[in-house]
Design a protein around this ligand. Structure first.
Ligand code: G1P
Ligand code: ZN
Length: 543
């Protein structure tokens, strides 16, 4: 089989962001855009010859095309084997597990996560290393450098591989194994959680709704929640992954999963509602009459993890991204375990997990996970919640309230200003940084500011550093405002403002969140002049 070497010219915008390279589908459809990036990736992976590469995606539009390109290029670049999910499907945590379980060299996950799909939607390519986790910056920087100099790529001329049935194919001497995307993952979940106890709970009438949002978790949730745990058929809705997610926005937040929220707040609410995003790494947790913020969910899962067999010995430590609320910190303090604050993005948890310093990690953006894989894992969080509900025999609301009564409540909200002008956004951040010394000096409105900086992180495991990770302004009472620009958007810039106020145990825990934070929201606007600069009346998304 001849390997063809095709001449190409570089693109200058193939810099991976918070989670891989993410652009509009039409952008990826430019001549050689995909090939350039994949070749730049392979060129940046010394030692890949003869090794196994895992490939899969969230089923969005263009997934099938890019999978076939990646297979042909993997063969031409000397990989020994490709493992690909049936139908091209692998959730992000599922892919992470496959890479680890089969000791693969790495994996390519095709997804733009929670961003909309379809021909006019978004697409993305991310690479995970042999630990199953997102490529560290050392690799993504090398890929970017390479992409700016690339002159040719390698490919073999072979027909498309049939991904519809399980089995092994051969592509130019390289084995391509089509695997069941769900089986290994479901088996892993069974080792972590008390499936019998959860099944008993369903058998005695516990009602749940899981909204797979026509995204990748559909097949996983059906097989596990309805199949193995015996929940009635129909518990999992929107379970078939569609290229355009049924024209939806597969982001499990209160805006895009509003139907689920309304159901759980309504008169005939089931006991538990949950949803996951495009690629299955995010989660939304709603109890009857109780939405659980992701930051609280992280704290609650960490405090109760020992109730699940996989964590019965206790957890080694907790890590959270910097903008995530400090609710988990109080749990770590009580348990006497390590607590780490990292920059935004799952890749920063990898070293801590690999070193065994933390067991559970989470982000305010609806991502929670543990050392079972090296990605956040939506279904894992849902199953741990189910395990806790089965063990404690209490409802979500009761558990949340008891948690606040013990640890206090961190009122928390994130305000996003999407698709604002990039120059305006950069100037806003620059001006904010310039203001920090003065704020530290004088405080604001008579409030003492104990922290005003642009977050930098020193990785305690490998000594690497990451700077300019978000401006944080902290007050002495545990109140905090954080400003940062998104690294996953595809059009213009997205400003994220994270607002947090701590209400100690015994305080008022029943206030409406936006109302409890209203003075801080106004203060954030005054400090950064968001409305004036963006010419917006308010945020596009409030979570
Ligand atoms: C967002 C979230 C971040 C998450 C990432 C990938 O990144 O804020 O927590 O890890 O998506 O799911 P951002 O757009 O803020 O850079
Ligand atoms: Zn995702």
């Amino acid at each position: 089989m001849t390997i063809r070497t095709i001449a190409t010219t570089p693109y200058d915008d193939q810099k991976p962001g918070t989670s891989g390279l993410r652009k509009r589908v039409t952008h990826f459809q430019q001549p050689n855009y995909v090939e350039n990036f994949i070749q730049s990736l392979f060129d940046s992976l010394p030692g890949h010859e003869g090794q196994t590469l895992v490939i899969g995606g969230d089923g969005r539009y263009f997934n099938d095309t890019v999978i076939q390109i990646a297979i042909r290029m993997a063969a031409a670049n000397g990989f020994g084997k490709v493992m690909v999910g049936q139908g091209g499907i692998l959730s992000t945590p599922g892919a992470s597990h496959i890479i680890r379980h089969y000791a693969a060299f790495g994996g390519i996950v095709l997804s733009a996560s929670h961003n909309p799909g379809g021909p006019e939607g978004d697409f993305g390519i991310k690479y995970n290393a042999s630990n199953g986790g997102p490529a560290p910056e050392k690799i993504t920087n090398a890929v970017y450098e390479r992409s700016r100099q690339i002159t040719e790529y390698k490919v073999v001329d072979t027909p498309d591989v049939d991904l519809s049935a399980l089995g092994v194919h051969e592509v130019a001497g390289m084995a391509v194994e089509v695997i069941d995307p769900v089986a290994d993952y479901a088996a892993l979940m069974e080792t972590l959680f008390d499936f019998d106890a959860i099944a008993d709970m369903f058998a005695s009438g516990f009602r749940m709704r899981f909204d797979a949002m026509h995204a990748v978790t559909g097949p996983y949730a059906k097989a596990i929640i309805e199949g193995r745990l015996g929940a009635p058929e129909g518990t999992v809705i929107n379970a078939v992954p569609l290229p355009d997610f049924g024209d939806g926005h597969p982001d499990p937040n209160l805006v895009y999963a509003k139907d689920l929220y309304d159901l759980l707040m309504g008169p005939d609410a089931p006991d538990f509602g949950a949803a996951s995003d495009g690629d299955g790494d995010r989660n939304l947790i709603i109890g009857r009459n109780r939405f659980v913020t992701p930051s609280d969910s992280l704290a609650l899962l960490a405090a109760n993890a020992h109730l699940a067999p996989g964590y019965a010995k206790g957890i080694a430590g907790i890590a959270r991204s910097m903008p995530t609320s400090a609710a988990a910190d109080r749990v770590a303090e009580k348990l006497g375990i390590e607590m780490h604050e990292t920059p935004t993005g799952w890749k920063f948890f990898g070293n801590l997990l690999d070193a065994g310093r933390v067991t559970i990690c989470g982000e305010e953006s609806a991502g929670t996970g543990s050392d079972h894989v090296r990605e956040k894992d939506g279904l894992w969080a849902v199953l741990l919640w189910l395990n806790i509900l089965a063990a404690r025999k209490q409802g979500v609301d009761e558990i949340v309230r008891e948690h606040w009564a013990t640890y206090g409540r961190n009122y928390y909200s994130r305000h996003d200003y999407e698709e604002i002008d990039t120059a305006v956004a950069n100037r806003l951040m620059d001006d904010l940084r310039a203001k920090l010394p003065e704020l530290r000096e004088t405080g604001i409105d008579g409030r003492e500011i104990i922290l005003a900086d642009d977050f930098s992180y020193l990785d305690p495991v490998d000594g690497s550093t990451a700077s300019k990770q978000g401006v944080r302004i902290g007050f002495s009472d545990g109140t905090r405002i954080v400003f940062r620009l998104s690294g996953t958007g595809t059009v213009g810039a997205t400003l994220r403002v994270y607002i947090e106020r701590y209400e100690p145990a015994g305080g008022a825990h029943d206030r409406d969140t936006q109302e409890a934070l209203s003075d801080l929201i106004a203060l954030a606007d005054r400090i950064a002049q968001i409305k004036a600069r963006t010419e917006r009346d308010g945020p596009t998304v409030v979570t």
